[in-house]
Design a protein. Structure first.
Length: 124
């Protein structure tokens, strides 16, 4: 739906709330569109796991509403937002499994051997 047709959704003027998702055109990428989401920053004092899982759930729901067949996720909040990798991967897998996505293929992109091995174990 996004390809050359303009963005089907728009971000609010002051940006996205944590956990929200919008789609834009993909520019020169080899993709129909890009779904953007804002992950929460990790806090050892506050459980923000539900917010992290909502990034995946809302992105998958948006993809389904646009009849997309494929979606790829990096590890949301696992980098500069400080989420411990093991828990970030766990939250990712739990969220995707719980969402029971209607897209045909969900790819979980790992940027290290350690995160790839952990993702394979958790996906089972």
């Amino acid at each position: 739906m996004c390809r050359d047709g303009g963005p089907p959704t728009a971000a609010p003027p002051h940006g996205l709330d944590v956990g929200a998702a919008v789609a834009t055109t993909a520019g020169r990428l080899r993709a129909d569109c890009v779904i953007h989401t804002v992950g929460p920053r990790y806090s050892p004092h506050e459980d923000r796991s539900e917010l992290l899982r909502s990034c995946y759930a809302r992105s998958l729901a948006l993809a389904a509403s646009m009849n997309l067949k494929f979606i790829a996720f990096p590890l949301i909040s696992g980098g500069s937002y400080g989420w411990p990798m093991h828990d970030a991967v766990t939250q990712q897998v739990v969220a995707v499994k719980a969402a029971r996505p209607s897209v045909e293929l969900v790819m979980l992109v790992a940027y290290s051997r350690e995160s790839a091995d952990l993702t394979r174990r958790l996906v089972g």
